[in-house]
Design a binder for this molecule. Structure first.
Ligand code: ADP
Length: 228
């Protein structure tokens, strides 16, 4: 699902934010990316959806060489991914329904398919009854569930999440993680950067630790491994 070979990235030609990263993530894996602040986690995540390009090295997402994509092809890549951020990034003046439907409209999905599909994913994240609320009327945990519904509405094979529980209390964070795990059980691959020791240790998934831009640990059923 993801193959990186010898990926290097620096900003402004300065020190490497990521240095010589090579890894393989198989379909259906759930992978945590951990490491201290400034280690390179966000840089890693941004490379996956072509927010940035590496200086060197190759990145294949589901067999597609994403470094070679033209700028015109990048929106197509992003529509095939599910991306979830710490700060939800919902459209504040739109309803919950519209926030999720928007992600389908940009794929030019036929109107008659949009409503049933959006309601299905809202039901899946437990928010069908909030479909007509404005996103700003929801709690943080609910907003993140809308963002997850939006991320999965087009049925992506790869979900990328950057600190998705960073603004949530521990119980809500666990509920969100249970949704991610259920999405993985349905066949998606999940790559998640997180600072949450509690979550990483509770989930028992693959852990890739980055420090100073390099992979220092890659363990199946790993633990967080840093003091908070
Ligand atoms: P993390 O997500 O693990 O906190 P980042 O990927 O954000 O780490 O940062 C890795 C390194 O790259 C840090 O030294 C950071 O200061 C630097 N960096 C990140 N983004 C930029 C940028 N846009 N311009 C310059 N330096 C950056």
């Amino acid at each position: 699902m993801l193959k990186m070979m010898n990926v290097c990235k620096s900003y402004d030609g300065k020190q490497y934010a990521l240095h010589d990263i090579s890894l393989h993530i198989a379909r259906g894996e759930f992978v945590f990316l951990v490491g201290p602040s400034g280690a390179g986690k966000s840089t890693f995540i941004k490379l996956l959806f072509r927010e940035i390009k590496p200086d060197r090295g190759s990145i294949f997402v589901n067999g597609v060489d994403i470094v070679a994509l033209t700028n015109d092809e990048v929106p197509g890549l992003r529509r095939r991914l599910g991306i979830v951020f710490q700060d939800y990034r919902l459209l504040p003046d739109r309803t919950v329904f519209e926030n999720v439907a928007f992600a389908m409209r940009v794929t030019e999905a036929p109107n008659k398919l949009i409503k049933p599909r959006v309601m299905k994913v809202l039901d899946y994240v437990g928010l069908a009854d909030k479909a007509s609320c404005k996103s700003t009327e929801l709690s943080g945990g609910e907003q993140q569930r809308v963002a997850i519904a939006r991320a999965i509405v087009n049925d992506p094979k790869l979900i990328i999440a950057d600190e998705p529980t960073g603004n949530l209390d521990p119980n809500t964070a666990m509920e969100i993680m249970n949704i991610f795990e259920s999405i993985r059980e349905r066949g998606a691959t999940i790559i998640m950067a997180t600072h949450s020791q509690e979550i990483v240790n509770a989930m028992g998934k693959r852990v890739i630790a980055i420090e100073h831009g390099q992979i220092v640990r890659d363990e199946r059923r790993g633990r967080y491994g840093y003091e908070e």
